[in-house]
Design a binder for this molecule. Structure first.
Ligand SMILES: [Mg+2]
Length: 432
């Protein structure tokens, strides 16, 4: 008996990398249908031809792979807790049942000296706990996948963020939409980008700052301090502030190194020399000390390490313990959680700063996609991660010019990896 073709709209749409005309997994033949004429299709509807209508062609999460790469930095990056000569990040590739893929990244700064997660722990959490919990799930149901991840893995926001980013990238690629579009659409084409001066030497930092100003790459400078006595740090910041003058702004990041008494002395001295912001001056669990500084001085106090997701953001906002939030996708537990942190800050009248965990171009681009959807970044961003690396792992580098970075175009996160570079820098290459 001849079959009469019937039509159904598939639950997921094919995108780049999807096998058009391939099987749906249920014995039906599928082909793409452009539902408007002209231009590049933003979305496909799939016509399912078969003996009966069953819109069950759900795209599934097939496989999750995580690798560690180690890329040398352009110079030693001296922070209060360590000196970085290499940045290590975890790259995540999620493969979906329709042949599409999604990419994500998890990064931290200085191994376990910065926080409770390292790239090694991120890979372990993904391989051992997250991947088994997610494989077989609906690829488009990111909120459900995130809830599963939170159930399977307590804490570990960087590991969860790396996988969640890859799910958003996959959804974007399949639907033909950028992550920024999935989060409401961008309001910025470019975002201002600060540079971190962290040579550990005033003269070298000044030369670097002047180079950045001359080449119009950066005009906002964050100085990593907290390793030396406070008085020496203030003299160091004063020398750089004097050299930069009105051409830029000076901020400092103490990375939790000060006691409250040191921080009071530091805040007084730094605001007198024109520094505009102090980032995480005291330990992340010293919320009362952070609030005392916020209330006691005109200089802006920024929360960074204390913000490990929306619940922390709520705690800080409830007591207004900081003037500014450094929003980090990895530290927040993913793009959606970072979006929630941003919403809490905006509702509480707390200013915003787009923070980095020194991600490579992939993780940096993912954050930029979200940050581009936020109307105001009062203190700009520091999305310079790839510029600190000696080599580029993206096929097409992010564009930095005129003190800002361009928001990538294209579906998903909007970038692709240079597979040869990734293979060269992957840690397990040495043992193969
Ligand atoms: Mg910081």
């Amino acid at each position: 008996m001849p079959r009469t073709p019937t039509l159904a709209i598939a639950a997921s749409a094919p995108g780049p990398g999807a096998a058009h005309g391939g099987g749906s997994g249920f014995g039906y033949r599928t082909r793409p249908l452009r539902y408007w004429t002209g231009g590049t299709p933003r979305c496909h509807l799939r016509v399912i031809e078969g003996p009966e209508v069953r819109a069950t062609a759900v795209t599934k999460i097939d496989r999750i792979d995580a690798i560690i790469i180690d890329v040398p930095t352009v110079r030693g990056h001296v922070v209060s807790m360590t000196t970085m000569l290499t940045q290590s990040v975890v790259l995540v590739r999620v493969r979906f049942s329709d042949g599409s893929e999604g990419l994500g990244e998890g990064a931290s700064i200085g191994g376990l000296s910065y926080g409770p997660e390292s790239v090694e722990s991120v890979k372990l959490a993904i391989d051992t706990y997250i991947a088994p919990a997610l494989v077989g799930m609906d690829a488009d149901a990111i909120a459900t996948a995130s809830a599963h991840m939170e159930k399977a893995v307590k804490g570990n926001p960087i590991a969860r963020a790396a996988v969640e980013c890859a799910l958003w990238d996959g959804l974007g690629r399949r639907s033909g939409l950028s992550v920024a579009q999935l989060f409401g659409g961008r309001v910025h084409d470019r975002l201002p980008v600060a540079w971190t001066l962290a040579n550990g030497n005033s003269q070298t930092d000044i030369e670097e700052a002047l180079r950045m100003l001359e080449t119009r790459r950066h005009r906002d400078f964050k100085l990593k301090i907290g390793k030396r006595p406070v008085k020496q740090d203030i003299a160091h910041v004063a020398a750089i502030a004097a050299a930069v003058g009105d051409r830029g702004t000076i901020r400092v990041d103490v990375n939790q190194a000060w006691s409250l008494t040191e921080a009071r002395y530091g805040a007084r001295g730094l605001q007198e020399i024109g520094c505009v912001l102090i980032e995480q001056p005291v330990a992340r669990d010293k919320l009362a000390a952070l609030k005392a500084l916020t209330d006691g001085y005109e200089i802006a106090i920024m929360a960074d390490e204390v913000l490990q997701g929306p619940a922390d953001a709520m705690r800080v906002a409830a007591n207004r313990s900081a003037d500014v939030f450094a929003v980090k996708v990895c530290q927040s537990g993913g793009l959606k959680s970072a979006s929630d942190v941003i919403a809490i800050a905006r509702a509480a009248g707390i200013d915003l700063y787009g923070g980095t965990m020194l991600e490579s171009g992939l993780g940096t681009a993912a954050a930029i996609q979200l940050f581009a959807t936020v109307p105001e970044w009062q203190f700009g961003t520091e999305m310079f991660g790839p510029l600190l690396l000696k080599d580029e792992i993206l096929a097409e580098p992010l564009e930095y010019k005129d003190f800002s970075v361009t928001v990538p175009q294209g579906p998903g996160i909007g970038v692709t990896l240079d597979d040869d570079k990734v293979n060269f820098y992957r840690r397990d290459r040495r043992s193969r």
